[in-house]
Design a protein around this ligand. Sequence first.
Ligand SMILES: Cc1ncc(COP(=O)(O)O)c(C=O)c1O
Length: 381
Amino acid sequence: MYDPIFWQLLDIRDPEVISLGLGEPIFNVPDPVKEGVIEAIKSDFTHYTSTRGIPELREAIAEKLKAENFIDVSPDNIIVTCGTSEALFYSVMAVVNPGDEVILPDPCYVSYPPYVAFSGGKVVYVGLNEDKGFSIDLESIKEKITDRTKAIIVNFPSNPTGAVLSKDDARGLAEVADDYGVVVISDEIYEGITYEERSYSPAAFSDNVVTVNGFSKAFAMTGLRIGYVAVKNEEILKGILRLHQYSMICASSISQKAAYYALRYSNDSVKWIVEEFRKRRDLIVNGLNKLGFKCPKPKGAFYVFPKIPDWGLSSTEFVVKMFKEAKVAAVPGIAFGEHGEGHVRFSYSNTIENIKQALDRLEGFIANNYALQRGAKAKTS
Ligand SMILES: Cc1ncc(COP(=O)(O)O)c(C=O)c1O
């Protein structure tokens, strides 16, 4: 099993290392967001706000959810949180009781299993099939549902796979939620970053969905720690509100103002960020495929999740070897679950120059270690 301690063995402070492990945009926040921050400070908007969040931000979020995600939710059913992380954690805490089962896709974002553990729940994995583009398999989910199943957590666009949720699958997931009486917790943090196809929200089709989103990725606002949760179910809403109230009181007033400016004035910046990511995605996908990795083109987020060529290495062994010999950092697929084994997650949130250099280093690394082996294989085939 993956051991996070292994990171401590790798000296990521080495200035020569090119990190393709980063889970945040390399871009800075859009100018309107900076203006929002300055405006908040200048106008002394630095006190506690209402626990739910400032009304103008919740109204802007409700408008966005209706126009872009087809989710009809009142601002009163939205809570502004300290990042998507808080929204996710408290959604799980509000829904799951000790002994309840929670279905997670495998591979999935690294924080989901701990959230379930903190709530006393039990994780039940549903393996995703790479041949189907790591899309959700509704039949496998139904097979795993028992009397104890309380929730299903999904994340589209996905970290680590870049898969998006099709309209049919979003509707199908909503039907599963309604038919089986389970709550879908939908983490849509990468929603703004999609390329050829958009990703759909299950909450457009069912009220049994808790939608979680934030400003860290599409608006590059990771350090401002601002997100939100939208939920129609009053009991779940109350639960999340109590947890938020007694632990955080409210999200940062300055970040709330910044988030308002993000939604109202930063759409062009998001378009620019997506186009910049698209160039990097195409570069790394082409480069990795030429080097022998099986690397499909992801539809969203800023990660590729290729299969490591058959060199007899586990994903952790490969990442450690690549780090030591090529000075390129990435995350082993096993970090995201058993079905991630054999894969590696490269983030293309880096400069074009660094991505090119990382690919050159990888080419040298492969030539040094595996050229002979590849040649030998070619001869026998
Ligand atoms: C899938 C997923 N959900 C949530 C988060 C956390 O986002 P936030 O910065 O809004 O807490 C991340 C961060 O990498 C993520 O990848």
